[in-house]
Design a protein around this ligand. Sequence first.
Ligand SMILES: Nc1ncnc2c1ncn2[C@@H]1O[C@H](COP(=O)(O)OP(=O)(O)OP(=O)(O)O)[C@@H](O)[C@H]1O
Length: 365
Amino acid sequence: MNALPQSADFAPPEAAAKAPAIRLERLGKTFDPAVGPVLDDISLTVGQGDIYGIIGRSGAGKSTLVRCINRLERPTTGRVLVADRDITALAGAELRSARRDIGMIFQHFNLLSSRTVAGNVALPLEVAGLSRAEIAGRIPPLLDLVGLADKAASYPSELSGGQKQRVGIARALATNPSVLLCDEATSALDPETTEQILSLLRDINRRLGLTIVLITHEMQVVRDIASHVAVLERGRLIEEGVTFDVLAFPKSAVARSFLSGLVAHELPPPVERRLRAAPGPDTDPVLRIVFSGDYAHQPVIADLIHRFPVEPNILFGRIDYVGDRPLGVLTLALGNGEAHLSAIVGHLAALGLHAEVIGHVSRLP
Ligand SMILES: Nc1ncnc2c1ncn2[C@@H]1O[C@H](COP(=O)(O)OP(=O)(O)OP(=O)(O)O)[C@@H](O)[C@H]1O
C-alpha cells in the first residue's frame, strides 16, 4: 500500500478526548410491536481506537444496531453516545454534523455508477459544503491512503470488488471521521481480497487511531482483526469481551457454534455421539485443554505420560492464531485416567492451562 500522506486531514483524534468512542445505553429498537423488539436492552462500550466486532446470525439485529449508531435508525429506547455526545437527542444540522464524524462502508459498496472514483469520494465533501478547490485537494491523499492513486478517473464498472470497497473506504474517510462502521464489508469478497481489505482496515486503524465497528457473520473476520467482540442473538447481547477471551472461553452455545471450524471447542459429531455424562465400567474421562499465549506450545501429552500412568488418546484438536496470540484446544481421552483425574487437572492448572472434564467415552474395542 502507498505511504500515508502526512496531511493534517489524517491526524489521529485528540489524545485528550478520553471518552469512549461509542456507548450504547440500554438500546432498544422495535419496528412492529406485534413482532417484538429487534434490539433488546443492549449496553456496550467501544473504546477509542478499538476494532469492535459484532457477530450474530442472520436476523440477529446487527445491521439495525449499527444503523442506530449513526442514526439511520432511531432507537425506540435507550441512548447512543458517540464521543460522549448523545446522538439520539440530535436533529437537523446538529445530527448532520454528528454523522460526518461517523463513516460507513457497506457489503455492496453503494457506489454511484455514473461517477468516477474521484467523484464518488468527493460526494460527502460536496454534501458537507466544501469548495471545489478544497475537494480537489482532499481526493488525492484519500485515494493514496487506500492504494487507488491511479484510479481517480475510473468508473466503478471498471473496478474489482476489492477496489470498489477501497473506494467505499476512501469515501467513508473523506470527512475525517473518528468512527468507521463496516456493515458486512467483506462478505461479497473472495478470501484473498477479504484479507487485503481487513489488512487495509487494520492499517488505517493503527495509523489514524480510527475506531472501527464491524458487523459480520464470519468469525474469522473477528478473529483476524477485532480487538473486542460482542455476540448478538435475537436482538440480545449474549456475550461480550476481548476477542481472545471470548474465543478461548466462550460462555454461550451460540458463540461456540460460531467458533466451530475455527477453534476446536465443539467435538466432531462422531466423537460427540460417544460422549456420556457419567463414567461407566469401560469408559475413559475426556479432558478438554485450552492452551493460550505462552502455554500454547507446552509438550502436554509427553508431560502427562511422564507424570501419570495414563494413556492419552487425541480425540480432536487444533491450534489457531488470534491476532499474534496462539490459541489451542485439545480434547483427549485419558486411558486409565479416572483414578488420577483431579491430580491431572490440578497439575495442568498449575502449568497455567485451563483443563476441564467434559464427559466420558467408552473405550473403542
Ligand atoms: N425497517 C424495518 N422494518 C421492519 N423490520 C425490520 C426493519 N429492518 C430490520 N427489520 C427486522 O429486524 C430484524 C433484524 O434485522 P437486521 O437486518 O438488523 O439483522 P442482521 O443481523 O443484520 O441480519 P442479516 O445478517 O441477515 O443482515 C429482522 O427480523 C428484520 O426483518
